[in-house]
Ligand binder design. Structure first.
Ligand code: G6P
Length: 373
């Protein structure tokens, strides 16, 4: 097993460090010189099924559900198609309004999550065309799908999803670009810019990881500070919101510290009551059209003596005035920022778990794939 870990103490850390390569692989064959090639969707397009599509549903669980929430934001923006993201355990009992005008996107790393399979079958029976996004070749979900986008991240051993999260995001970006171009809602020049920014992400992820391995990096010391605490809050807006959800999920799954993620605007509607010097707030404050709003939420929290940790864009020195600790990520397009912002949050969760002596690769009560209801 030590050999399989390739010198890393845990699979989780190994898989975090595999992310530049995993993301690169997830684009392989799909993006070349600023052009998109998504041959997997061509048959579906030729069948005429996509022309009938007026809305989209994304069904998923856990980390894949968070990826789906990012997908909603970008697909609505680029393809101007209304997208509903539903956790599969709810969808299957919701008597959903789904038909041939609804593209069902089933997102499941393992391809075997029971609730996702039942939901997908139900959507299919109601006439919806189905696209599956999965990491596992020939997994159960692929047999229910009209088209499959393999995330191509390589096997993930740690129960907690890391590289498959960002590689799933890659597929949702490609799907959004494909639909935007096909529907004429995304200018080809804009699509080329997005594709170029996507191609830069592996090197940018590498930069975050290289810095995290340096002696003066703030992530591991911060994780040791968080380790004795009982609760950590995460906020974000826009694509920062699902990033906050994913950051909270990582922390609770692997370190057992209670963590909650929510939209920054909801802070004052309840959760702010929980903040005190022992309950810090992690704010996703990367460059975006809602940056100022997130900063104003951070100010409200600091006025209540809670510690604030910001994930921000390199070059943003002003944020230091509003945060006790800043974790920087390289600049990218707002839509793509979750790919980079997720990395320090994964490392934070990892180091907090190590500091607390947790079983990092197999947290208690969790399974890699939930194949029963
Ligand atoms: C389990 C895993 C999570 C995962 C979720 C959905 O709960 O522990 O890491 O996100 O299932 O899995 P899927 O394979 O459908 O993406």
């Amino acid at each position: 097993e030590a050999a399989e870990k390739g010198g890393y103490p845990h699979f989780m850390l190994k898989e975090i460090y595999e992310q530049p390569e995993a993301f690169q692989r997830s684009l392989l064959g799909r993006v070349r010189a600023g052009q998109l090639y998504l041959s997997e969707l061509e048959a579906l397009q030729r069948s005429g099924a996509l022309e009938k599509v007026r809305r989209m549903i994304i069904v998923a669980c856990g980390t894949s559900y968070h990826a789906g929430l990012v997908g909603k934001y970008v697909i609505e923006r680029w393809a101007r198609l209304p997208v509903e993201v539903i956790t599969a355990g709810e969808f299957r009992y919701a008597d959903p309004l789904v038909g041939p005008d609804t593209l069902c996107v089933a997102v499941t790393q393992s391809g075997e999550t029971a609730d996702v399979l039942v939901s997908t079958r139900q959507a299919r029976e109601q006439g919806a065309p189905v696209v599956a996004i999965t990491n596992v070749v020939a997994s159960a979900v692929t047999r229910l799908a009209d088209a499959v986008l393999y995330i191509q991240a390589g096997p993930e051993i740690c129960v907690v999803a890391t590289k498959t999260f960002i590689a799933t995001l890659a597929q949702l970006y490609l799907l959004g670009l494909f639909l935007g171009l096909q529907r004429g809602t995304l200018h080809p020049e804009r699509a080329a810019e997005i594709l170029q920014a996507l191609e830069q992400l592996p090197a940018q992820i590498q930069r975050i990881l290289d810095r995290a391995a340096a002696a003066d990096d703030p992530i591991a010391p911060l994780a040791r500070e968080l380790a004795p605490l009982h609760s950590v809050m995460f906020i974000g807006r826009g694509v920062g919101y699902p990033t906050a959800l994913e950051g909270a999920l990582k922390l609770k799954e692997v370190s057992y510290i209670h963590a909650e993620g929510f939209p920054a605007g909801e802070l004052k509607h309840g959760s702010i009551a929980l903040l005190d010097p022992q309950t810090p707030l992690v704010a996703i404050a990367t460059a975006s059209h809602v940056y100022e709003k997130v900063v104003s939420n951070m100010q409200q929290v600091r006025a209540r003596d809670a510690r604030v940790i910001a994930v921000a864009t390199e070059g943003d020195e002003a944020i230091r005035e509003h945060a006790d600790v800043v974790l920087y990520v390289p600049p990218t397009l707002e839509e793509l920022s979750p790919v980079l912002a997720a990395i320090p949050l994964q490392l934070l969760a990892y180091h907090a778990a190590v500091a607390r002596g947790c079983n990092v690769d197999q947290p208690r009560n969790l399974a890699k794939s939930v194949t029963v209801e």
